[in-house]
Design a protein around this ligand. Structure first.
Ligand code: FAE
Length: 538
């Protein structure tokens, strides 16, 4: 049977990452590091801990389980992208087959320019960015070992304590802000741009112009921390290293510069010798079996041919397939009677973090620059506006030419929540989001951007999200919820009704984090896995 080779990656032993190592003492019954780990999981295997999905929740679980001496298998439906130059699509401007998860045409967030559709035909391939379409919402997600960290903008923002209290009232605030957020920031390698460099770099002119305009209308901006290596970016500008953020790479992966999970949590987990990663393996079913679970896994090639259907058994299963992947998997298993005891709330409470995008047309004297880094550095903070709360990223539009466009991604307070439901006719899962539900988000964003337009005498662009469409309100980068903490699970992510089955990812978070979500997902996973290892592996 053909098997996908496991490519080894180098460990980035930075000080920040090293200082984050929380060495848990090995548990009773924990296995020693295997002499020669198998390349991928074998059909018929019995494993102690199985983690489904290698994004933030999965990577945290994998690291802390292996550090506690527990042999762990990580199952990931996307590719292992390896490292180094030439792994990913060279620029988001020119999507090739590596860009997109099994579509015959790219499906970009900004998909039009001056009336023209800028998507491209591409061969079907296990590309790194999935655009998953539901009736009224398309959801962008990372696919590959590292999940969303491979494709995201790296913005690592801590929500205010006041909002965290509102979002997850059952979670002890002090422990989050004193222990788990700092632990997550250190392990992810979060830092901020050198302010002096940002003021002078031509690649951040778009950010400076965006800030000037926000300030002129009475709004303050805040620097947004990131996992991108800012020193590497300085060298990109100096021309001494291969360009990545300064070459238009981000949503289809960064070959260099970004500390994605494969270089941080997952590299550390592999270094324990107790982690086996199975890329191009998708978990399709879960059934209780003895005191654990029987798990069915489909293995594919990178062009989509199914090469194996494997059945394995696991004592404990950590589901970290992302808000959408986790919700879909569990809703379907409940409907098929495989996990009959799951709570009725599994599938509910889904939100899009209030995401909407929009562009403004600047005047010729407010050029945003032909050269733009793909990594944002500033946000307009209007979260205290009770009439419509928003945190608006000043986003780049790295086309390589001067467009005079000021682009924004707004994160807004939007109380609408959708549910995932099983559809017997298609054997698929639907999402109940309605087009009109984005209106509160647009209204919140307009409270800032209408004012800027009025002050600057400018208008919105209507040619970026369709041939005549102002708002990018039908997609999200930030799916959250579907399996809420302390509702569908207990207060650390144990699913009700099925012992030994856990949720670890963005599905736990009720629809909105007020800021970009991965730092919150990581910190919450750190909290939960510590409690689970302490209590359930004794
Ligand atoms: P996620 O990272 O999505 O990982 C889930 C993994 O599970 C994926 O690798 C899937 O391939 C895999 N999977 C799914 N189903 C299965 C299955 N059945 N079997 C095996 N594997 C499976 O989940 N957030 C920020 O905070 N800052 C940003 O700057 C930012 N920018 C973004 C830009 C883009 C283009 C996108 C798409 C997202 C961005 N995000 C950003 C969102 C962030 O990446 C996302 O919230 C996290 O990745 C979610 O983490 P999870 O662990 O929940």
């Amino acid at each position: 049977m053909p098997q996908t080779p496991l490519t080894r990656r180098s460990v980035l032993a930075t000080g920040a990452i090293g200082s984050a190592a929380v060495l848990l003492s090995p548990k009773a019954g924990a296995s020693a590091a295997p002499a020669a780990a198998p390349a991928v999981i074998a059909n018929g295997a019995h494993v102690g801990a199985l983690v489904v999905g290698s994004g933030y929740g999965g990577a945290v679980a994998a690291l802390r389980l292996t550090q506690a001496g527990i042999s762990t298998h990580l199952i990931e439906m996307g590719r292992d992208w390896g490292t180094g130059n030439g792994t990913f699509t060279p620029s988001a401007r020119e999507p090739d087959k590596r860009s997109t998860w099994f579509r015959t045409r790219s499906d970009q967030p900004v998909n039009h320019f001056m009336g023209a559709d800028i998507n491209r035909d591409i061969p079907l391939y296990a590309g790194v960015l999935a655009s998953e379409r539901f009736a009224a919402m398309r959801i962008y997600q990372g696919r590959g070992v590292g999940g969303g960290s491979l494709v995201n903008g790296g913005m690592a923002v801590t929500p205010t304590q006041a909002f965290f209290q509102e979002m997850l009232p059952s979670v002890n605030q002090a422990s989050m802000y004193n222990t788990y957020f700092p632990r997550a920031r250190a392990a992810l390698g979060v830092s901020s741009v050198d302010p002096a460099w940002m003021e002078s770099s031509p690649w951040y002119k778009f950010a400076r112009v965006g800030r000037k305009q926000a300030n002129r209308s009475g709004f303050s901006t805040t620097v947004v921390p990131n996992v991108y290596d800012w020193n590497y970016m300085k060298q990109e500008q100096a021309g001494t290293v291969t360009k990545s953020a300064l070459a238009g790479q981000v949503i289809y992966g960064n070959d260099n510069g970004k500390r994605s999970l494969d270089k941080t949590y997952l590299a550390q987990a592999k270094a324990t010798g107790r982690l086996v990663v199975s890329p191009l393996h998708e978990v399709t079913s879960l059934v209780p079996f003895g005191s654990g679970y029987k798990v069915t896994i489909r293995q594919i090639t990178d062009t989509g041919t199914v090469v194996a259907i494997k059945t394995v058994t696991a004592d404990k299963v950590f589901i970290a397939a992302g808000s959408v992947g986790t919700s879909k998997l569990l809703v379907r298993q409940r409907a098929l009677g495989n996990l009959p005891n799951l709570a009725a709330e599994v599938g509910s409470g889904w939100g899009n973090n209030g995401n909407v995008m929009v562009g403004r047309a600047n005047h010729m004297w407010d050029a945003t620059g032909a050269n733009q880094s793909t990594i944002p550095s500033l946000g307009i903070d209007n979260w205290n506006d009770a009439g419509g709360r928003s945190f608006i990223e000043v986003a780049p539009i790295p086309t390589g030419i001067e467009t005079y466009i000021q682009l924004y991604l707004a994160i807004t307070a939007n109380a609408n929540r959708a549910a995932f439901t099983y559809d017997t006719a298609t054997d698929g899962v639907n999402l109940s989001w309605q087009p009109s539900w984005s209106e509160p988000s647009i209204n919140a964003a307009k409270r800032v951007l209408d004012k800027i337009n009025s002050k600057e005498g400018t208008m919105y662009r209507t040619d970026l999200f369709g041939s005549t469409k102002t708002w990018g309100d039908d997609f999200t980068y930030h799916p959250l919820g579907g399996c809420l903490l302390d509702v569908a699970t207990d207060n650390v992510g144990r699913l009700h009704g099925h012992p030994g089955l856990y949720v670890m990812d963005g599905a736990l978070i009720p629809g909105c984090t007020s800021v970009n979500p991965f730092l919150t997902i990581t910190a919450l996973a750190e909290r939960n896995i510590e409690a689970i290892i302490g209590a359930d592996f004794a």
